[in-house]
Design a protein around this ligand. Structure first.
Ligand code: GLN
Length: 182
């Protein structure tokens, strides 16, 4: 399964590592030409959403990726990736609060239930949380009453970083959604 990983800034290498471990065929997406061979899913990593958003525009990647996502390409966004999928790509109807926990408190690790996966480790780094989900958006996990992962159709988002733990559940959940898109 070929899976593109947006590799403009942030934690793309860790996603590539996990995907490879799970037997997928990840590749870096850095320019429009990288999209020419077909692929079955896309990961948007954490990092700095404003920086990644600007690079998406400057490199001409925003439009082509938006087209693919709107066409149903399965996409998984972590942290800054969640922010971009919600606020820039408008791919999932959620309201996001950025840097929601304050400067210091935004980075912490915990364990919490995620639908379908049981209790998993969750690492937050200057994380956003989801303030509100629209109709049809499924909440997958909450921490201290705040929504930290959700899904709608082809779009999966987590405010935390599963690629920074040894638990591969969220990536397996994502890979399980692939292959239904053409
Ligand atoms: N605070 C970052 C942002 O607003 C997200 C942090 C992260 O991706 N780890 O983009």
């Amino acid at each position: 399964m070929r899976v593109g990983v947006l590799a403009l800034q942030g934690g793309f290498a860790e996603h590539i590592h996990v995907l490879r471990r799970l037997g997928a065929e990840p590749f870096e997406v850095r320019k429009v030409g990288d999209l020419s061979r077909s692929f079955e899913g896309l990961v948007i990593p954490g990092g700095e959403s404003t920086v990644i958003g600007k690079l998406l525009d400057d490199l001409g990647l925003f439009g082509p990726l938006k087209g693919l996502i709107d066409d149903g390409l399965p996409v998984f966004g972590t942290c800054a990736g969640l922010i971009l999928l919600a606020d820039r790509f408008r791919a999932i109807d959620i309201e996001v609060k950025r840097n929601a926990y304050g400067r210091q408190l935004g980075s912490f690790a915990t364990f919490a239930e995620m639908k379908g996966l049981g209790c998993i480790p969750m690492v937050f780094i200057r994380a956003p949380y989801i303030e509100r989900v629209g109709e049809g958006v499924e909440v997958l996990s909450t921490v201290s009453g705040r929504i930290v992962s959700a899904r709608r159709d082809n779009v999966l988002v987590t405010a935390f970083h599963p690629e920074l733990t040894s638990d591969t559940g969220v990536h397996r959940l994502f890979l399980g959604c692939l292959g239904h898109h053409h």
